[in-house]
Design a protein around this ligand. Structure first.
Ligand SMILES: [Zn+2]
Length: 356
């Protein structure tokens, strides 16, 4: 299920401000040697980075203010991931992942790959060949683009390697760092990049992107409310069985809030099931945890809205609980697996303290 072929900035939905800024810098021939695309996951940062590389390498543009043609050889190669001067750096598979599994995941959207299969960090060995290649001029005669997905996941050594290159940027080479946690980047790296901020997508834009994928209108209707501004977030649930399983877990969690005894049922089970995602295959991983908490948050917030006109008290309880879940999600974002169980226990206690 691929997105429609990338044809320059015009084939990206939303992000008018970010794209406007990039297009102006191209038109004025003042493209930065390093960009930081900061903003939520699943909104299209990677697509914009590719559109930028396309525009800068398109051979059919007549004016500096023109968008990429989308048809010339360079444009097509970039869209198909076959352009030798565009390198994408991302977290690699763990050594335990079999060759067959790797193959089946080839071409998958990064957020679709099971977190348990990926290394925690981008390691320095991945950066070495790239940093060596930038010493040479681009092969295709245009500009070279190095896109680093989840740049906040760069291991310290890898980040330092990158920093050295950013301090003396090679000619015709541009870096685009993508991150939904840009505050976790080294300040020295951040300061070398021009930051471009990305926000969440409006619902019509999410709808348009989903409509461009091979989904039935019925399926789109089901996914749309789950997106909350991020196409990637909605697509997590495109497998109906997956969504059903998450909803079941959500029900378990809500059930534990209704019973009087402390710390029974789904929540504690959830907390204890989540240990080290590398340990066992069938264990509850961070991805599942984040998804479940996001569903819980959304559920509580919707309940708060639904109760608003009827009972102010009930509405406040749901809103307060939603806030606790949101805080926990923030705490867990970037936390080590070591204290996840404790954070969940703590969340449970706090949720139960808010009583109708
Ligand atoms: Zn072109």
């Amino acid at each position: 299920m691929g997105a429609p072929m990338l044809q320059g900035f015009r084939s990206v939905r939303g992000h008018e401000a970010a794209i406007g800024l990039l297009r102006r810098s191209i038109a004025q021939r003042r493209t930065a040697s390093a960009y930081l695309f900061a903003g939520p996951q699943g909104v299209g940062k990677d697509r914009v980075a590719h559109a930028l590389a396309q525009t800068m390498n398109c051979t059919a543009r007549a004016n500096p203010s023109d968008d990429a043609c989308g048809e010339c050889q360079n444009c097509r190669r970039i869209a198909l991931g076959q352009f030798v001067d565009l390198l994408v750096v991302k977290r690699e598979f763990r050594d335990t992942v079999s060759a067959r599994e790797r193959e089946s995941e080839a071409g998958a959207r990064p957020e679709d790959i099971d977190e348990k299969k990926l290394r925690q960090e981008i390691v320095v060995d991945q950066m070495k060949p790239i940093m060596e290649s930038v010493a040479f001029r681009p092969h295709e005669g245009g500009t070279r683009w190095i896109i680093i997905r989840e740049a906040d996941r760069l291991h310290k050594n890898a980040a330092n390697k990158l920093l050295k290159t950013l301090e003396e940027p090679p000619a015709e080479t541009h870096f685009v760092l993508l991150s939904h946690r840009s505050s976790a980047l080294l300040p020295t790296i951040r300061s070398r990049c021009q930051t471009v901020n990305f926000g969440l997508l409006d619902e019509p834009d999410v709808h348009a992107v989903l409509a461009g994928l091979e989904l039935t209108p019925e399926h789109i209707r089901e996914l749309l409310p789950l997106a909350e501004g991020s196409v990637g977030r909605a697509l997590i649930y495109r497998d109906p069985e997956h969504l059903a399983a998450r909803k079941k877990l959500l029900e378990e969690i809500l059930a534990t809030l209704r019973v009087k005894e402390v710390a029974v049922g789904g929540f504690v089970e959830l907390a204890t099931r989540y240990k080290d995602p590398t340990e066992k295959k069938d264990q509850f991983g961070r991805g599942e945890l984040e998804e479940t908490l996001a569903l819980l948050y959304r559920h509580l917030r919707n309940e708060a809205l639904a109760a608003a006109g009827k009972s102010a008290r009930t509405s406040l309880v749901h809103a307060a609980r939603a806030e606790i879940v949101r805080e926990t999600m923030e705490l867990l974002d970037g936390a080590t697996s070591f204290n996840v169980g404790m954070q969940l226990q703590n969340m449970l206690v706090r949720l139960r303290e808010v009583r109708p």
